[in-house]
Design a binder for this molecule. Structure first.
Ligand code: FMN
Length: 159
């Protein structure tokens, strides 16, 4: 019973939705929907992202040592759903989602309204996830928008 209470309380923590972009040592670009993200330092500007250890994308972030945060807007629930499934490269896109690269090799997805590029500068083992500390290396604002949050959709991650 207390187990269920813990879970319900944890589920009330609000999150923004992102596609985290990663790249492997052989150049394989990939991305996955992420909400366990937070800024943790002003100077230098640093963020953390928690990545589930049994995911393919966990191997890629381990290899590449970089990640991008691609910010989803309130009309992009479908895109958030798409990136919760393993996706394959297709004609220079990831399953039809175009991307470019910037200062790091991490993919920057065109559909996002903003992108941050980060280099991994630390990590923490956290049970079934690894928490990566990323230092912001570059930023791009495509258009002003409001970020999609778990308050806008029935999608959830937590508990
Ligand atoms: C709303 C939502 C938020 C998610 N947030 C995270 C997250 O913060 N960290 C994570 O590792 N996986 C998260 N996931 C799960 C990944 O998006 C999913 O496991 C994805 O398929 C992993 O890609 P891969 O199998 O290609 O490695 C989330 C899923 C949903 C539905």
């Amino acid at each position: 019973m207390e187990e269920q209470t813990r879970s319900e309380i944890l589920k009330t923590i609000p999150y923004g939705f992102y596609i985290t972009g990663v790249v492997g040592s052989d150049g394989e670009a990939n991305g996955f929907t992420t909400c366990w993200v937070s800024q943790v330092s002003f100077e230098p500007q640093q963020v953390v992202v928690a990545v589930r250890k049994d995911q393919h994308t966990h191997d890629l972030i381990e290899q590449g040592g970089v990640f991008s945060l691609n910010f989803l807007d309130t009309d992009q629930e479908d895109l958030a759903r798409k990136f919760t499934h393993p996706l394959q490269p297709e004609d220079g896109t990831l399953a039809g989602s175009p991307y470019s690269t910037g200062e790091t090799e991490a993919p920057l997805f065109d559909e996002a309204f903003a992108n941050l590029e980060c280099r991994v500068v630390g990590k923490l083992e956290a049970g079934d996830h690894t928490v990566y500390l990323g230092e912001v290396a570059a930023a791009n604002l495509g258009r002003p928008a409001d970020i999609l949050t778990d308050l806008d959709t029935p999608m959830e991650y937590g508990g």
